[in-house]
Design a protein around this ligand. Structure first.
Ligand SMILES: COc1cc(/C=C/C(=O)SCCNC(=O)CCNC(=O)[C@H](O)C(C)(C)COP(=O)(O)OP(=O)(O)OC[C@H]2O[C@@H](n3cnc4c(N)ncnc43)[C@H](O)[C@@H]2OP(=O)(O)O)ccc1O
Ligand SMILES: O=C(O)CCC(=O)C(=O)O
Ligand SMILES: [Fe+2]
Length: 360
């Protein structure tokens, strides 16, 4: 028999402490979502104004072709988001990591909660729900497994859950060339000729892969899967399944016609790429880290798998000298990346506000 909310004396205890996640809540067959998940009117997807625009879909088969380079760099400047097809990561690897994500979330609550922040055997693994449940006024309808990686892949993955470890490692490995190509071509446009070790640590010194799970929601119009935020990465490589729900803020160039939210439709075999705050800072605002959010739905469980590529926590990030050499004034100051990370995780998702931390 379907449970009612009053049967669940304490949602927080059920979802967070007992490790059932929103998935557990979704599977109770509730007729409506608990109050804790009801978003204020202005945050609901139903109140969004839609843009007529679309995010570019770029064929990367000839990645060094000047036209392809131009499309990528101008999408990074104009939209902060683009989709790639023929990107070189085998479709089978993408399918396997999506399946592995479903496998992890199908585990019983006790098995998943072994990786919760309080119980995880390592800082490299974290199972959780919403973004920052302690600080949020309304919780996000999302569970996640975060896997943090830098250094030797076998060492970092030693504590990752065995049901998804190999597939995640393969996805990370097979996407490495793509990451390097993207970083190189975006940097060339900024007058950076070579990615030496120092630049590698700054631009792609660490990674975090996140398995996101957005369960079926009885009131999708009242909830969000992921609140408005920009990523703090240099680049994010995002794999989404065929369900859809990702919306990106159209860069508002002071022209009403251009504003609103753009849906990023699933394209078979594609990867979504977005610029994060670290690259917006490093490029002195040339490349845009754009606000995005995720809607949930009432018929299908959705998964998405971002790889956040970011500076090593010990790196100072600031606009590159190569960008400023023509006399351009820096818009951002130098900040320690781990301070930036802590600032991001200390508050709820709140649109594009994190980057204020680095503004001069
Ligand atoms: C969940 O939904 C999300 C997630 C995201 C995620 C985007 C990214 O992950 S981008 C990459 C972020 N970088 C890392 O994950 C690095 C891992 N962290 C560290 O190495 C260290 O925490 C540090 C950044 C070097 C800081 O170390 P330290 O000075 O020792 O401070 P800590 O005690 O470790 O952390 C302070 C505070 O921040 C929280 N925190 C730090 N990193 C994460 C993280 N990756 N995930 C969650 N929380 C993190 C940490 O728990 C501490 O909080 P307390 O409450 O315990 O004080 C994007 C979008 C989404 O929707
Ligand atoms: O689920 C998605 O499509 C996007 C997820 C996202 O924005 C994130 O995890 O930072
Ligand atoms: Fe994101």
């Amino acid at each position: 028999m379907a449970k009612t909310i009053s049967d669940l004396s304490d949602i927080t205890d059920f979802v967070i402490n007992k490790g059932n996640g929103v998935k557990g809540l979704s599977e109770l067959g509730l007729k409506s979502i608990p109050n804790q998940y009801i978003q204020p009117l202005e945050e609901r997807i139903s109140t969004m104004i839609m843009s007529q625009d679309s995010i570019p879909i770029i064929d990367m088969s000839n990645w060094n072709n000047p036209k392809v380079v131009e499309s990528i760099c101008s999408a990074a400047e104009k939209f902060g988001f683009f989709q790639l097809v023929n990107h070189g990561v085998p479709v089978e690897v993408l399918e396997n990591v999506k399946e592995a994500t479903h496998r992890f979330f199908l585990l019983p609550a006790e098995a998943k909660s072994k990786y919760s922040k309080e119980r995880s055997p390592s800082n490299n693994v974290q199972y959780g729900t919403s973004f920052n449940p302690q600080a949020e006024k309304a919780l996000e309808w999302k569970d996640f497994l975060g896997l943090y990686a830098y250094g030797d892949e076998h060492e970092v993955s030693a504590f990752w859950p065995p049901v998804c470890r190999d597939e995640v490692l393969e996805y990370m490995k097979k996407s490495e060339i793509l990451t390097k190509r993207l970083v190189e071509l975006l940097m060339r446009r900024l007058n950076v000729k070579e990615i030496d070790k120092a630049k590698e640590y700054l631009l792609m010194g660490a990674k975090r892969i996140q398995l996101n799970y957005y369960p079926i929601c009885p009131n999708p119009e009242l909830a969000v899967g992921n609140g408005r935020h920009s990523d703090i990465s240099t680049l994010t490589i995002l794999l989404q399944d065929d369900i859809g729900g990702l919306y990106v803020r159209r860069n508002d160039n002071g022209n009403d016609k251009d504003s609103g939210w753009i849906h990023v439709p699933p394209v078979k075999g594609s990867l979504v790429i977005n610029i994060g705050d670290a690259l917006q800072i490093i490029s002195n605002g040339r490349y845009k880290s754009v606000e995005h959010r995720v809607a949930v739905n009432s018929s299908k469980n959705r998964v998405s798998i971002p790889i956040f590529v970011f500076p090593r926590p010990s790196e100072m990030i600031s606009p590159l000298p190569e960008v400023l050499e023509s006399g351009e004034k820096p818009v951002y100051k130098s900040v320690l990346f781990s301070d930036y990370v802590k600032h991001f995780f200390a508050k709820p998702h709140n649109g594009k506000t994190t980057i204020e931390f680095a503004k001069i």
